[in-house]
Design a protein around this ligand. Structure first.
Ligand SMILES: O=c1ccn([C@@H]2O[C@H](COP(=O)(O)OP(=O)(O)O[C@H]3O[C@H](CO)[C@@H](O)[C@H](O)[C@H]3O)[C@@H](O)[C@H]2O)c(=O)[nH]1
Length: 466
């Protein structure tokens, strides 16, 4: 009997993508996969991706629960709570019963759930005598700072609502870089996120396998510290192996929530090597009208080619408006798309640098493709990721806002020029080349993530009575 994993993602692009990559990897190791979404998320993915080879190998199912994908932060607390209830333990129990009743020969043999979907799930796994693994889509450091945050309260470093007592750059954990107080990943959503993070740590502590889409080499001290408390298994980067070969011919594109515009790849083919600035704010980052204008004018002023993902909801409150005359001014030097095949873009030889909101997938994809970054974080873990990119790995530069919170056009021009033309930029590009190799080695035979993944797969393939 083939092992059969039930995968339960959080319905947000940045969480579904790595879960799909994990699904793909498990299929290549002989697993059957059932991929569970809420009804609305399931329908949206199918609508945006009519023909995609992903669906040939992975069974996509949905739970009867209307939950639109999390691609805006509006009312986030209530939406997360409603998701945790609507797709909670009793629903998962029913889904497993239905699959097992239908498929005598292919019963579910393990559950892998996003850490946000694990609340109360251990009881269901125990009831069905199934192993449960939690999947964390970002840095181990993000989980660690949440996990140890109650301890930081007891030490008097944080107030009981998660706000730091002192507003200065602090080494909150000895194993992590110093962070500005505003970099703490719960502050954007206040006490709710802080408490939820602590609850998550308590819930996950008893789960034997916690898989991380990261790799040990980039945050070894944190992995070592957290492993004393939790079963930490970094298995990333989960980027499909086809993308890790420089002379790749694969056209595999992950299904996403939005229609992918692949024409930009032909535009990239026409550009010189290492010349193009790629700009994307992931699935949720938004800009004010003024901020969008400054970015556009900054790109114009660089006089360099650029590929910019302008999602229809990139601008706060209305359809994104580019400054009057901007398109006429930049002409063929700029390519604007509403959703890019990002992995293919980042692995294209014409890309010089990535202006990124520092969502973890974007950062890890950039590392794995050896592309230096200009960091423009927006919320959640993105400030923590920036601290690693800039201060620890030295793979990029921060884009600094002025006193009104605006990143001005000159800052963008300066960032690109430093990366492309200065001694400091050369050092950053050298670091990017080194870390690209380390990232790829982690998933090669015998690499750290390869070892963890194989340990996990072997354990999941073992029959319960073995
Ligand atoms: O035009 C685009 C833009 C993005 N992507 C992909 O979409 C994903 C976006 O993920 P990420 O870069 O992590 O950004 P978010 O969508 O913002 O991700 C959420 O989830 C991440 C993982 O938990 C967190 O680190 C982020 O802070 C959170 O916002 C990546 O795989 C990109 O390759 C595309 O394919 N095309």
């Amino acid at each position: 009997m083939a092992p059969h994993a039930l995968l339960i993602p959080l319905p947000a692009q940045g969480h579904i993508n790595p879960m799909m990559q994990l699904a793909w990897k498990l299929v290549s190791h002989g697993f059957l996969i059932t991929f569970l979404n809420s009804d609305s998320t399931h329908n949206r993915i199918h609508k945006a991706n009519t023909l995609n080879s992903f669906f040939d190998n992975i069974r996509m199912i949905s739970a009867p629960f209307e939950f639109p994908p999390l691609d805006s932060l509006e009312g986030i607390e209530n939406r997360i709570e409603s998701l945790i209830k609507g797709m909670g333990p009793s629903v998962i129990d029913k889904v497993i019963q239905e699959i097992n009743a239908r498929e005598e020969e292919n019963k579910v043999t393990c559950i892998i759930a996003d850490v946000w979907m694990c609340f109360g799930l251990q009881a269901v796994a125990t009831l069905h005598e199934l192993p449960l693994a939690a999947f964390h889509t970002a840095l181990v450091s993000l989980f660690a700072i949440r996990y140890f945050s109650a301890h930081l309260v007891s030490l008097g470093i944080l107030h009981s609502d998660g706000i730091p007592k002192e507003d200065k750059k602090t080494k909150y954990l000895p194993c992590m870089p110093a962070l500005h107080s505003g970099d703490l990943p719960w502050l954007w959503a206040g006490e709710y996120m802080f408490r939820k993070g602590i609850r998550m740590g308590e819930e996950i502590k008893d789960i034997k396998w916690v898989l991380f889409n990261s790799f040990i080499e980039i945050e070894a001290p944190v992995v070592e510290t957290l492993s004393k408390e939790v079963g930490v298994y970094p298995i990333g980067p989960l980027i499909p192996p086809e993308f890790l070969i420089d002379s790749r011919t694969s056209t595999k594109v992950l299904p996403s929530f939005r229609k992918t515009d692949t024409d930009c790849l032909q535009w990239l083919d026409k550009q010189c090597a290492h010349s193009v600035i790629y700009i994307s704010f992931g699935s949720t980052g938004i800009l004010s009208e003024k901020q969008l204008e400054e970015l556009a004018l900054g790109l114009e002023a660089t006089q360099r080619p650029f590929l910019w993902v302008v999602r229809s909801d990139l601008m706060k409150g209305s359809e994104a408006n580019l400054p009057v005359g901007f398109l006429e001014q930049v002409r063929d030097r700029g390519c604007i798309v509403s959703w890019a095949p990002q992995l293919e873009v980042l692995s294209h030889p014409s890309i010089a640098c990535f202006v990124t909101h520092c969502g973890w997938n974007s950062v890890q994809e950039s590392i794995t493709m050896g592309v230096p970054m200009l960091c423009w974080p927006y919320f959640a873990d993105q400030f923590l990721n920036r601290a690693y990119v800039v201060d620890v790995w030295k793979l990029g530069l921060p884009l600094n806002a002025n006193s009104q919170g605006i990143i001005k056009q000159g800052e963008i021009v300066k960032g690109v020029e430093i990366l492309q033309e200065s001694e400091q930029g050369l050092e950053i590009r050298e670091e990017a080349k080194k870390l690209k190799i380390i990232a790829r080695d982690a998933v090669k035979d015998g690499g750290s993530s390869w070892n963890n993944f194989n340990l996990f797969v072997t354990a999941m393939k073992r029959q319960p009575n073995e």
